[in-house]
Design a protein around this ligand. Structure first.
Ligand code: UDX
Ligand code: ADP
Length: 475
């Protein structure tokens, strides 16, 4: 089976970059990315793309209008495509059964219904790309087959995406593996072969793993759970280091040299964020609980418990070190994205930290090189907006540079590891800040000894500088 046209439902962080690379590497395939949001599509068709991702602009500029198209014509795109990716949002439910844990599959289901109602003839491969709970492909398949018209045939595949934001283009171009799960029937194998053929345009065949659908779905959740577990494991050692005088970076270096452990994902931090880790673990926990596997659920849930503890612990440390009160103190939050090289703030540790400091009536001066002002204000408005609408306006200002944010502030708090923060002129910063001037490095990126020699009071994760610093008796 030859694929000539591919359509992707959802022009978000996953669908947009994935399809751009597919178009770039497969000039013989027409790729159409559609979205319900006209604004999003307009942005994809403009000079300022809706998401920031290093290298993405160049790829889009090269292919757009040739074999890469962004459109709101969802029906036409579905009708014409041989293969349809579902790459829509799957947020954690905020209501009802499974609230706070289960993925809300509303958008996936609606996408499946759009497909079945639109397709009038032919063999269509439907590929689940969004991260979904195990057995979601089965639900998609059931919806598709229940309303399938005569002369129409669907095969559903699972093809989870492993790209990380900020390095999406490199991750897509040089994927360590591509996972394709599908039915082990002749038609299922045909569909797997067709999708595999697309990837073989740039991924060596031996890196394309094919398996049954459920193993593929579970592998995606497991991969994210393992990565997040590593961060929580190293973060769990940080209070111990701070109490005993050990340095968590040295510990990470030492254990990372063991090739069985490896050195990646051992960077202690103020806590992991992003749209995937927490959501996927909660999904895993929810599935385990639904199956009565309480011990397994508790095990994975502890990864999130430690992450929440880490975020809360760091903000409490800020309050403690600023003489137990931050009321009306100006605190500069440097970085609001959940990691560098992205403008995405979903589940960013900066949101939790800022809200905690706002609860203490601190005045926050926030700067991030890539996050929109309105995004920051929206993130900090929930859930306060109804009870005290003026709260964010009273306590939060957004700035155009780190120096503007730092002016007159009592403390700098590094929340995102942007390279430009490492290169700041800290002598200049020290001059414009209140004294004593504090730096709280939640990412361990600064030269702490140099800062101390300038005169800063320095706190970081997993290392103690000041023997007399307040102990965190609240824990
Ligand atoms: C993650 C997975 O890496 C990716 O494979 C999957 O497809 C989607 O989820 P992403 O969330 O984009 O990607 O970024 P990632 O680089 O994994 O970082 C997630 C969070 O962990 C960030 O907040 C990051 O700062 C934090 N992190 C990462 C640490 O705190 N320490 C580390 O050592 C690594
Ligand atoms: P992700 O990070 O998983 O890519 P995003 O929230 O960035 O998620 O993007 C998902 C996109 O999917 C949104 O732009 C949303 O408007 C779009 N979307 C949701 N449902 C549909 C649908 N049925 N058809 C087309 N687009 C959809």
């Amino acid at each position: 089976m030859t694929i000539k046209k591919v359509c992707c439902l959802g022009a978000g962080y996953v669908g947009g970059p994935t399809c751009s690379i597919m178009a770039y590497k497969c000039p013989d395939i027409q790729v159409i990315v559609v979205d319900k949001s006209k604004q999003r599509i307009d942005e994809w068709n403009s000079d300022v793309l809706p998401i920031y991702e290093p290298g993405l602009d160049e790829v889009v500029k090269q292919c757009r209008g040739k074999n890469l198209h962004f459109s709101t014509e969802i029906e036409t795109a579905i009708k014409e495509a041989d293969l349809i990716f579902i790459s829509v949002n799957t947020p954690t439910k905020t209501f009802g059964y499974g609230k706070g844990k289960a993925a809300d599959l509303k958008y996936v289901e609606l996408a499946a219904r759009d497909i079945v109602e639109t397709v009038e003839s032919g063999f269509k491969i439907v590929v689940e790309k969004s991260t979904v709970p195990v057995k979601a492909a089965e639900s998609i398949s059931t919806i598709l087959h229940s309303k399938q018209k005569a002369g129409v045939e669907f095969q559903v595949l699972s093809n989870p995406e492993f790209l990380a934001e900020g390095s999406a283009i490199t991750d897509l171009l040089h994927a360590e593996r591509v996972l394709i799960g599908g039915e082990q029937s002749p038609k299922g194998k045909l569909a797997i072969g067709a999708l595999s053929w697309i990837y073989q345009h740039w991924i060596p065949e031996e890196k394309i793993l094919t398996m049954d659908t459920w193993s593929s779905e579970l592998s995606k959740l497991a991969a994210n759970a393992f990565l997040a577990q590593r961060i929580s494991s190293i973060n769990a050692l940080t209070p111990l280091c701070e109490e005993t005088g050990a340095d968590v970076s040295e510990v990470a270096k030492a254990i990372g040299k063991d090739s069985r452990i490896g050195s990646k994902f051992l960077q202690a931090s103020v806590g992991f964020g992003g749209s995937c880790f927490q959501k996927d673990i909660l999904n895993l926990v929810y599935i385990c609980e639904s199956l009565g596997l309480q011990e397994v659920a508790a095990y994975w849930n502890s990864v999130i418990v430690i992450n929440d503890y880490q975020k809360r612990r760091f903000s409490l440390r800020i309050v403690h070190r600023l003489f137990n009160t931050v009321t009306d103190k100006r605190i500069s939050i440097l970085g609001f994205a959940f990691k560098k090289n992205t403008g995405d703030t979903r589940e960013s540790a900066a949101i939790h930290l800022s809200k905690h400091l706002m609860d203490e009536n601190a005045k926050l001066a926030i700067y991030d090189p890539k996050v929109d002002k309105q995004q920051i204000l929206d993130d900090l408005s929930h859930p306060y907006i109804s009870e005290d609408p003026s709260r964010v306006a009273r306590l939060v200002t957004i700035h155009q540079s780190a120096y503007e944010a730092g002016q007159g502030s009592h403390a700098l708090v590094i929340c995102t590891e942007w390279d430009e923060f490492v290169k700041l002129d800290f002598r200049r910063m020290y001059e414009i800040m209140e004294k004593p001037a504090f730096v709280f490095d939640g990412r361990k990126i600064l030269d702490h000894e140099a800062l101390i020699s300038i005169g800063f009071e320095v706190e970081t994760i997993g290392k103690r500088f000041n023997q007399s610093a307040n102990r965190l008796d609240d824990f």
